[in-house]
Design a protein around this ligand. Structure first.
Ligand code: FMN
Length: 287
């Protein structure tokens, strides 16, 4: 039984935050599967259409996406979250809200949405690499900016007492991962780390040399991320205090993969590419 901050998450099978759980209809579709928790979002304060298409490309062993977090914004989710929660709770599933901000004020506002709705857990997305389309200097990814990360966690904790998980980007430098884990250990209000988000800014080209994604770059996900995510989970489990649980994400597509992540130290398991590619019911392959 997966238990995070006293909340029970069954065998810990979840979708990862992505395009497959943004509407009440998505929550209904996932509620009909064997999933234990539905992660809605990531949501942002203002509604977003997301990036131009094509924004999804899947090949054998990996996928690239540059969705840019399309969602209907804070007001919409304030309206529909109570229904989403009822749908999930009616079949004994938990509902998690993933929030993504472009400023401290954004995270504070969205934490307020989660608090009002009383979702079962708040997942703070600290790694959104896919949002700049104007060629400007990218926004700092909070996963790589300890000061910003601390400010976000502190500000969110003033808005809500809900259980909190931090969704982090993958770290290629083990010393950086260790120092992030040590920083997370100082956050009394954080209950779990989700490792990992997509690897930022991958690209691929068609036979004419044209990028397969309209905006050129996108997050790398899918099977290719499995050994990387397993490494991140193992390292976080080693460095985090035992009160902070680890949730695995990256290349989880079959039941055996769940077991690999359990060996690495994860108590819960999230999948995105599997469901984006094959539909909501594909989550049942993990059960
Ligand atoms: C289409 C798509 C959209 C995504 N959007 C988000 C998002 O809004 N917030 C977030 O934290 N992660 C997002 N992710 C990352 C996933 O939650 C997950 O961390 C990553 O895809 C690795 O898991 P996977 O290999 O099972 O896809 C997205 C992934 C995909 C494929």
């Amino acid at each position: 039984m997966a238990r995070i901050a006293g909340v029970e998450f069954g065998s810990g099978i979840m979708n990862a935050a992505c395009s497959v759980a943004k509407t009440p209809e998505d929550v209904k579709a996932l509620s009909k599967t064997g999933i234990d928790a539905i992660v809605v979002g990531s949501i942002t304060p203002e509604a977003r259409l997301g990036n131009a298409e094509p924004r999804w490309y899947a090949d054998s062993g990996y996928a690239l996406n540059s969705f840019g977090m399309p969602n209907d914004g804070a007001e919409y989710y304030t309206d529909v979250l109570p229904d989403m929660i009822n749908t999930a709770h009616a079949v004994d599933k938990r509902l998690i809200l993933s929030i993504a901000g472009f400023s401290l004020a954004d995270y504070v506002r969205l934490a307020g949405v989660a608090e009002t709705a009383q979702v079962d857990m708040l997942e703070i997305n600290l790694g959104c690499p896919n949002v700049r389309t104007d060629g400007g200097i990218p926004e700092p990814i909070a996963s790589f900016n300890p000061d910003y990360m601390s400010q976000i966690v502190e500000a969110v904790a003033k808005e809500t007492k809900l259980p909190i998980s931090l969704k982090l980007s993958p770290y290629s430098n083990p010393a950086e991962l260790e120092s992030v884990a040590k920083l997370v250990n100082t956050f009394d209000t954080v209950d779990a780390v989700v490792a990992s988000n997509s690897f930022p800014n991958g690209t691929y080209f068609d036979t004419e040399g044209k990028p397969v994604l309209a905006v050129g770059f996108g997050g790398v996900t899918g099977e290719v991320m499995r050994p990387i995510a397993l490494g991140q989970v193992s390292q976080f489990r080693k460095h985090l205090d035992s009160r902070i649980e680890v949730i695995g994400a990256g290349g989880i597509e079959r039941r055996e993969h769940v077991e690999l992540f359990r060996h690495a130290g994860a108590v819960a398991f999230q999948a995105a590419t599997l469901i984006v590619r094959d539909g909501h019911s594909a989550i049942d392959r993990l059960i």
